[in-house]
Design a protein around this ligand. Structure first.
Ligand SMILES: NC(=O)c1ccc[n+]([C@@H]2O[C@H](COP(=O)([O-])OP(=O)(O)OC[C@H]3O[C@@H](n4cnc5c(N)ncnc54)[C@H](O)[C@@H]3O)[C@@H](O)[C@H]2O)c1
Length: 340
């Protein structure tokens, strides 16, 4: 079913110092030593060069810069054979407070990268989110499918939806060799402490009571970030041009279940948390139908035991306090100012 196999040798990974991008870079370094990686990252509050420290210098190079910088892209892109675009402003709560950087990086940045991919005839893979599809009711049997209509709820998801539409148009109009993947919520090492799972784990480690939004029944479809990386590589190398693939690992769990699982493995009572006011416009449930990815490209998740993945993640944060501690205080201050 697949088109000709694409064998990348020299790729640009934007946002490769963030959570998911750095996990992808580490995965490529380990599994595809024949592929050189140029990480292009602006090093915002969410980017940390330590996330890719220790990788062979001959294989992984960091260029500090902005995906919106057309002149930089014009210098950087020639000589590479693919761009894998992870860079984004990625946190919903931040997008509600200040949408401007979201429009800039997520929309304008994607536009600039597409123009560069077009000009230099480079394969382009676009990383996106299932949040572009809006949300589902808790009792709805349906899961998101690639051709579902876009109904983003937040400033974050609407900028991601906008960027996806640019990719579709640049493929159709200009023939850019592009694919898109929309993935569900990731967990694993190197995730910023502002995000749900690391926030809860690091709060408990700091002796702060975890906070839970709304009624705690919002459902997220969790996937281990390594499974996301494997899927992106499969799409990059075997995907059909112009296609959208949904990445998910049948990991639906409500927030209260996840928080109580964290409390339990960290020796805390199940009710040792505080309720806080809900995020405005909070999506109720996400759920991915990954059939297309599984049947067309043969991908399957390997981290199918959420409990085991959570144990490893808790352990990672326990043993990497130096990594998360510098961001913790500022993050909690920001949440406290919003009553969350
Ligand atoms: N976190 C999730 O669960 C999830 C799920 C599905 C899809 N995604 C998508 O995956 C991608 C990565 O998400 P993440 O959670 O790793 O994000 P993150 O916030 O941890 O990392 C984002 C990275 O992008 C960099 N960056 C931001 N603006 C930039 C710019 N203008 N130029 C260059 N670099 C810039 C940051 O410095 C950082 O290293 C995003 O596109 C996001 O929409 C995330």
């Amino acid at each position: 079913m697949s088109e000709e196999l694409f064998e990348p040798h020299n790729i640009i990974v934007t946002g490769g110092c963030g959570f998911i991008g750095s996990n992808f870079v580490r995965w490529v370094a380990e599994n595809h030593p024949e592929c050189h990686v140029t990480v292009l990252d602006k090093l915002t509050y969410a980017g940390n060069p330590d996330n890719i420290a220790g990788l062979p210098e001959s294989q992984v190079e960091l260029v500090v810069g902005d995906v919106c910088d057309a002149a930089l892209l014009d210098r950087l892109v020639p000589g590479h054979d693919a761009i894998v675009h992870y860079a984004a402003e990625s946190h919903n709560d931040n997008s509600i407070l200040d949408p401007e950087p979201f429009v800039q990086t997520n929309v304008v940045g994607t536009y600039r990268l597409l123009q560069a991919a077009r000009k230099h005839d480079v394969r382009y893979h676009h990383i996106s989110t299932d949040e572009v599809y809006g949300d589902l009711a808790l009792d709805e049997p349906r899961r998101f499918r690639p051709d579902d209509p876009y109904k983003p709820s937040s400033p974050y998801s609407s900028t991601k939806a906008s960027s996806d539409l640019l990719v579709r148009a640049w493929h159709r109009t200009y023939g850019v060799r592009a694919t898109i993947s929309n993935c569900s919520n990731n967990y694993g090492p190197y995730q910023h402490v502002e995000k749900f799972i690391p926030r809860q784990i690091t709060s408990i480690l700091c002796g702060i009571r975890p906070k839970l939004y709304g009624d705690g029944r919002n459902v997220r479809d969790w996937i281990h970030t390594e499974d996301h990386s494997r899927a992106v590589w499969d799409i990059l190398t075997k995907g059909h041009m112009g296609e959208t693939y949904l990445i998910g690992a049948d990991g639906e769990k409500d927030n209260i279940h996840v928080l109580q699982a964290i409390l339990e493995r960290m020796g805390q009572p199940a009710d040792a948390f505080d309720w806080v006011r809900d995020r405005p416009g909070h999506d109720r449930r996400y759920a991915i139908d990954p059939t297309k990815l599984e049947t067309e490209l043969g991908w399957k998740p390997i981290h199918t035991d959420f409990s085991e993945g959570l144990d490893q993640t808790v352990e990672w944060y326990r043993s990497h306090e130096d990594w998360w501690r510098p961001a913790k205080e500022a993050t909690e201050k920001k949440y406290a100012a919003q009553g969350q």
